[in-house]
Write a protein that binds this ligand. Structure first.
Ligand SMILES: Nc1ncnc2c1ncn2[C@@H]1O[C@H](COP(=O)(O)OP(=O)(O)OP(=O)(O)O)[C@@H](O)[C@H]1O
Length: 300
């Protein structure tokens, strides 16, 4: 992580040039055993995440996004395939993967903002109290909450609670920050502001992010790469390289064109037509032919 006074190091390499994936999701099938039948949530999902990537998993409701996140976090074992972090098979939860959820009630209501952030640090026994406080204050400052460290969660807005959850997650300095629709319950303006702040924070800290959403626009703004999952059970339909789009591109014609194409890929049964398989002179979108796994890699 960049410019953190507490560990970390130099700037991470550009996401697309790092040779070794930090996280490998290798042909992962996830299932739930219910008393009456087996529910297949994802089918042979495969993608890699590199250091400092902002990888977004995008797909319609019920396609297995949250299940996939739980599996990466180590709460659910794959029925088939493997999830590897730094080459090691993920078999259980660990402090190297921290999840920020959608719900505002993920903070302990009886603890102050500062105590919420220091609690996990102290529980992991890696830091003394003074060090934990120093690190917590550093990340609370990063999310703009220096003035609220002694406040209790019930006195905060939804956006502020999510900022605390993000500070708490980053303070753990995980290998990967997992975010499961973290802004979905916020109003549109706050959601937009939180996307902006998250990108600013990423620019400063360069953490590695896996972010789940079912909003195409949010995926394109937050992600440098998007994995598109088909409806239930989730299979990879395409990977889209969206590093060229930022917060201020949302209204532009290339952004809207790409959003429409992503919509087609997500919701239409057919693969993209042959016109989609060639470079587009107008917006520089490349729709490549299916690879060995049968899905498309698309660069913007
Ligand atoms: N505990 C469970 N037991 C049985 N089936 C489950 C369980 N949790 C989820 N499922 C099923 O697994 C599939 C994937 O669910 P999941 O919540 O991962 O999808 P999702 O893409 O995150 O959806 P959403 O965007 O609506 O949150 C769905 O068909 C869902 O009904």
């Amino acid at each position: 992580m960049r410019d953190s006074p507490i560990g970390g190091g130099g700037a991470a390499p550009p996401a697309q040039t790092a040779a070794v994936p930090l996280l490998q999701v290798a042909d992962v099938t996830l299932e739930y055993d219910t008393p009456t039948h087996v529910v297949r949530a994802t089918h042979e999902v495969a993608f890699d995440v590199y250091a400092a990537d902002r990888l977004v998993v995008l797909g319609p409701s019920g396609c297995g996004k949250s299940t996939l996140m739980k599996a990466i976090a180590g709460f659910i074992p794959p029925t088939a395939g493997q999830i590897r972090l730094d080459g090691q098979c993920v078999t259980q939860p660990g402090p190297d993967r921290v999840v920020v959820f959608q719900e505002f009630d993920q903070l302990a209501p009886w603890k102050t903002v500062l105590q919420n952030v220091t609690f996990a640090l102290l529980a992991s026994k890696k830091l003394h109290k003074a060090q934990a406080q120093e690190r917590a204050l550093y990340y609370l400052n990063k999310v703009g909450l220096s003035g609220f460290v002694h406040a209790y969660p019930h006195t905060l807005s939804g956006g502020m609670k999510q900022r605390v959850a993000i500070a708490r997650a980053l303070a753990m300095q995980p290998r990967i920050l997992l975010m499961d629709e973290p802004f979905a319950a916020l109003d549109a303006l706050t959601r937009r502001k939180m996307q902006e702040e998250l990108l600013q924070l990423w620019d400063e800290v360069r953490f590695t992010l896996v972010f789940i959403t079912h909003s195409i626009e949010e995926a394109m703004v937050v992600g440098n790469r998007i994995v598109l999952l088909s409806p239930h059970p989730g299979r990879v339909r395409a990977q889209v390289n969206t590093h060229a789009f930022g917060l201020h591109d949302a209204g532009s014609a290339p952004f809207q064109r790409t959003a429409r194409r992503i919509h087609r890929l997500l919701f239409e049964e057919d693969a993209p037509d042959s016109a989609d398989a060639v470079p587009d002179e107008h917006d520089n979108v490349y729709w490549l032919r299916p690879n060995a796994k049968g899905y498309f890699n698309i660069s913007v």
